[in-house]
Design a binder for this molecule. Structure first.
Ligand code: PHB
Length: 395
């Protein structure tokens, strides 16, 4: 009673990477299937960060069906604030690029509707159980449907777009964890609240009490974060205490309102030791994770699939594995730049437990340098708005 499926590309994971890759492949006339153990509602409701680089927005617009220009908001800069004084980093003035605040679940709603609307095979409630034959040219994904019914997907290529707890990663690296890894001794306590925006742009603020980020979701809902202990119980603080802390860490002036969601985000940097084994390849969080400070997660996932799309196209059109061979190194160049940027923004903006007064003054010196040096500010602006996507592996 096993359902047998034959397709070109088996994509494990219906996040931004998996869905965007299936849309790109469709535009090249290449069939794929996308499977994900979650329900469509789960995927469309899970709250994640939402800064899109300029190239990510251009990609989503080019695929069609994106509401980024109606629902998203263009941001031409951010504010760095320390000890209550703000310094604007003017992205447009420095590098002529912008970012868009567009929550990831909105991008997912668009991509799912797009793929289903064009007849794409996207299956919810279908979880991969194992991947076999990655060293042959006919790999197989074994999966289980919502009713537990076994499904066998035969493909030319298997793509692991299945997030930080990736199953496909095991088939690629030989272990669940195999990668370059760093954990940070702090986390973010995030809230969603009903209030008008406190600022037209994001505020990244640091004080002796720790870091705070003032972000937005809409005219009536705001997203804010406080640096916290990774073990913090999100329900431990009362609303008054949260607002007092947010006000104290930003120098005050925030619009307050009822808090209706709380969560704690762990800070990790990770890059898998291998991004490819034979006909199995990793993209997005399955390949790498970044701490949220640089807002790189979804962008890096989209940059991976733009590269991988061309590599798969080459395989299908000419039988050449040249693009697949080149993918790990080409993707790694951007991944490590983004890993560095995310680590750097994180280190510059957070008080590390155990930091002494020299460390703290040096950190303020770094912020001063970034805010007052055109070259320092331009690096931040260039990295934050994102390097142009590479479509062909160099070299
Ligand atoms: C968010 O709005 O959730 C957000 C924005 C910027 C970041 C991280 C998270 O750097």
């Amino acid at each position: 009673m096993t359902e047998q499926i034959r397709t070109r590309v088996a994509i494990v994971g219906a996040g931004p990477a998996g869905l965007a890759l299936s849309a790109l492949l469709h535009r090249s006339g290449i069939d794929s299937i996308v499977i994900d153990p979650r329900t469509r509602e789960d995927i469309e409701r899970t709250i994640k960060a939402g800064i899109l680089e300029q190239s990510s927005v251009e990609l989503l617009r080019s695929l069609g069906g994106s509401r980024v220009d109606e629902v998203g908001a263009r941001h031409d800069g951010i504010e760095l604030r320390w000890n209550g004084v703000g310094h604007r980093i003017d992205f447009q003035g420095l590098v002529g690029r912008s970012v868009w605040l567009y929550p990831q679940h909105e991008a997912l709603i668009d991509l799912i509707a797009l793929r289903l609307g064009e007849g794409g095979d996207v299956r919810f409630g279908v979880g991969a159980t194992s991947v076999e034959g990655v060293d042959t040219d006919a790999p197989v994904v074994h999966a289980a449907g919502p009713d537990g019914r076994p499904i066998e997907i035969r493909a030319d290529v298997v793509v692991g777009a299945d997030g930080s707890r990736s199953l496909v990663r095991e088939a690629v690296t030989g272990s669940q964890t195999g990668g370059y890894f760093r954990e940070y001794p702090f986390a973010w306590f995030g809230i969603l609240c009903e209030a008008p925006p406190s600022s037209p742009e994001l505020i990244y603020s640091t004080t002796e009490r720790g870091f705070a980020l003032i972000s937005q979701r809409s005219a009536t809902v705001q997203r804010m974060y406080l640096q916290c202990d990774p073990e913090l119980d999100p329900d431990a603080m009362g609303e008054r205490e949260i607002w007092d802390e947010l006000q104290a860490r930003t120098g005050g002036g925030l619009h307050e309102g009822p808090i209706f969601q709380r969560d704690v985000l762990r800070f990790r940097s990770f890059v898998a030791h291998e991004l490819r084994r034979g006909r199995a390849l990793l993209v997005g969080d399955a390949a790498h994770t970044v701490p949220p400070t640089g807002a790189k997660g979804m962008n890096l996932a989209l940059a991976d699939v733009v590269l991988l799309h061309r590599a798969i196209e080459e395989l299908v059109r000419s039988g050449s594995e040249h693009g697949l061979d080149a993918y790990p190194e080409a993707a790694s160049r951007r991944i490590w730049k983004a890993e560095h940027f995310s680590w750097w923004m994180t280190s510059m903006l957070h008080t590390a437990p155990g930091a002494n007064d020299f460390d703290e003054r040096r950190r303020l010196g770094e912020l001063e340098m970034v805010a007052t040096s055109r070259h320092g500010a331009a690096y931040l602006a260039e990295a934050y708005t994102g390097w142009p996507f590479e479509t062909r592996p160099r070299g």
